[in-house]
Design a protein around this ligand. Sequence first.
Ligand code: ADP
Ligand code: MG
Length: 375
Amino acid sequence: MTNKVIRPGDTIGILGGGQLGRMMAVAAKHMGYRIAVLDPTEDCPCAQVADLHIQANYNDLEAAEKLSEASDVITYEFENVDLEVAKRFEEAGKLPQGAYSLEVTQNRSKEKSVAVEADLPVADYAIVQTVDQLHEALETIDFPAVVKTISGGYDGKGQLKFEYEEDLPKAKSFMKDGGQYIVEKWLAFDHEISQVFTRGIDGNMTFFPIGENVHRHQILHETRVPATVSSQVETKVQEAVTRLAEKMNIVGTFAVEMFVKDENIYINEMAPRPHNSGHYTIEACSVSQFEQHVRAICGLPLLPVYSFASAVMVNVLGKHRDILLSKLEEYQGIHLHDYGKKDSRMNRKMGHLTIIGDNLEEIDEIIANNNIHMW
Ligand code: ADP
Ligand code: MG
């Protein structure tokens, strides 16, 4: 890997042109970088702010080659990019994040193994391929449990929860022949949190405040900062993610989702990129998860992170967007982000809101007064 410094005027190539790519691009733009993006969708969120849009599928090798030629450094906005393409970029010295963290995070089985090897707790789990194997695994894991596809899932997609043994027949239509699945104990956690951090090429790390995540139907609804965790848990979280980051030699912004129960942490999921639960950093921190990511992959020193006392980020899904846009002039004290997506679907992430305050009570009042709690 080269430790080349990428300078203003140079081009950052982004695999994937959704909202994460767009917010990376915006952060990079104010530092004077140019942006090339590879994404199959015309006028996708990132293409709207990029200098060059290569409109092609992610596994189109010719298009990937074009992106590489146009870019001085390459990053990605999601983990399901073609691993072969990522390896080529790494060999060309253009992917400082490396392909390994992608390989791990695009596979729930490898992700769990890395956590276990790092001696970090995870929910009891087993890898299964057939309904019979699932039944057998559940004899020890017990109910409630959740079965997830090994790769490709997001926002609760590719998951099936079993409350009771009586729910098991549902597995038949969910599990496809030849598919690989992970079955996990469903943890009755006290809190769900995420630690977003950045690691530079030099190995230095900075941590954003831990976010507390509130999911609705397995989709992130709100991230609240500060999280309601003790300083002991905070220490455990920092130690855990540092271990993971060093083990995987992470470069860039990275997120680890965790459950907290009885002051213990359990690793749930990792994302080798900026994360939805870190969007609040745009307004609430002196440097955002996106700017810090750009600095890391460009070989610049990371900035210290200072933050406001409290912040809440609320996701705007397709089902919320019309209400939001029609009442925009009435909302008080709310930062708006709209991703410019043309195709609005019920549960698709279309934008987000951020509210800053002295404390969470004050922010909750703003949310209630603006009727956002009704969503
Ligand atoms: P993804 O975010 O890729 O859809 P996750 O594994 O993070 O997949 O699952 C989505 C959400 O479902 C989690 O954030 C959490 O709220 C809930 N969930 C998933 N697995 C478990 C589990 N084992 N115990 C309790 N809740 C879970
Ligand atoms: Mg998740």
